[in-house]
Write a protein of this length. Structure first.
Length: 400
């Protein structure tokens, strides 16, 4: 009996000692504000208020804070990932799987309601802003297109997605010529994408840029041919750990970002709505592109590499996520305008089209309401292109 009691005491004392040790570590360990591995901001320590206690938000926020700042959190996440892959023999962890060094996130099943919602949104925008113009559209395949089915993972039916979107656009549009599909998939391979990230690599999509330019009728103004980088200077950003690196929690070799510059891209400048939104007594006022005091930045914003507000080196392309951006290219061979409804994939594509367009307007409906666009954008005489990746098409509810 005495031996049994001593074992119980050792167990209890050991458990209490572990709890105390964890508490001490949490108090004395330095607190990070961001998780570079997961590419997100960590929860801040909540303030104790009567309202927070009554509505239980204080306890919820405290739980998030403790989970985000738990000692050795990244190491424990990696151990969990190893256990899932090596012990439990799972093929994925946190919906991330790795094939031949390429990490990808499962996207399944096809959400047909989302595809129809996107078609309705595109037609709504056409009716409101460019009723007499033909808009072109394309779907950027995600990495699952090249990896999932071939390696036993579920994936969306990409052909069904494309055909359904085409059918819906014909159904909701008053004219058969309102929307024209642009094929960009056939020239892509898995090697055109980063290993640790969702995005495609700029130096590998010159054929996509050429295809888009030809479809828009401006191919003659591009000095490069498909796949040829002779017209550009290559610039490298090493040690790029993409979004899937942190989510998979597995050791992976970092990617290298290559961005292509030329006299045209060096001369071009980017205006963004967020950068030109006034604060203080003029809060809410926007300095428009042609107004005095407008803030313009370079096409490749390398300062983002040192900016603590930016968690993603991919933000070097036109400054990253933004609701509305205007890129002006004074050395363009033509003075045509392109209005591009886009997601983050387009950040690296748009600079490749600056030889052909004096102005490219980038609109991201994830961050700006459709009804506000007309305040800032003139659609008259512009080429119109919708370019969305598979995830946006399958989750179009995120578009405002």
């Amino acid at each position: 009996m005495k031996e049994c009691k001593w074992k119980q005491r050792i167990t209890i004392y050991g458990f209490v000692l572990c709890l105390v040790g964890v508490m001490v570590l949490m108090v004395i360990s330095p607190k990070e504000t961001v998780s570079r591995a997961e590419r997100r901001r960590l929860a801040e320590k909540p303030r104790l208020t009567a309202k927070g206690l009554l509505d239980k938000s204080f306890m919820d926020d405290t739980e998030k804070y403790l989970l985000d700042h738990f000692p050795f959190r990244d190491g424990l996440r990696r151990i969990k990932a190893y256990f899932a892959y090596d012990v439990l023999q799972q093929k994925e962890n946190n919906d991330i799987y790795v094939v031949d060094g390429h990490a990808s996130k499962l996207e399944y099943p096809l959400n047909e309601s989302s595809v129809k919602r996107l078609a309705a949104k595109m037609n709504q925008l056409r009716q409101q802003y460019f009723p007499e113009q033909t808009a072109r559209y394309a779907i950027v395949p995600d990495k699952n297109y090249f990896l999932a089915e071939q390696n036993g993972f579920p994936s969306v039916d990409y052909e069904r997605m494309r055909s359904l979107l085409s059918q819906e656009l014909q159904t909701v549009s008053a004219s058969d010529s309102a929307f024209a599909y642009m094929e960009i998939t056939s020239g892509l391979t898995i090697d055109d994408y980063y290993h640790t990230d969702t995005h495609w690599r700029q130096e590998r999509i010159l054929d996509v840029a050429r295809c888009a330019a030809d479809a828009l009728g401006v191919g003659e103004f591009l000095s490069f041919s498909s796949g040829s980088q002779a017209a550009f200077t290559q610039n490298q950003i090493k040690d790029f750990y993409g979004v899937y690196y942190g989510q998979a929690a597995l050791p992976m070799e970092p990617d290298t970002i290559v961005y292509l510059t030329s006299e045209v891209t060096d001369a071009a400048r980017v205006w963004s709505l967020e950068e030109n939104m006034q604060s203080g007594k003029d809060a809410g006022k926007v300095v428009l592109p042609d107004e005095e005091g407008a803030v313009w930045k370079a096409v490749y914003q390398t300062e983002k590499l040192e900016d603590e507000k930016s968690l993603d080196k991919y933000d070097v392309f036109v400054g990253g996520a933004s609701s509305l951006q205007v890129i002006r290219s004074p050395k363009a061979a033509a003075k045509r305008r392109l209005i591009l409804f886009r997601d983050s994939y387009t950040s690296s594509l748009a600079p490749l089209l600056l030889e052909a367009y004096g102005e490219i307007v980038l609109i991201d409906l994830r961050y700006i309401d459709s009804a506000r666009i007309g305040t800032y954008v003139d659609f008259a005489g512009a080429d119109i292109l919708f370019l969305y990746n598979t995830s946006i098409v399958n989750h179009s509810e995120m578009l405002k």
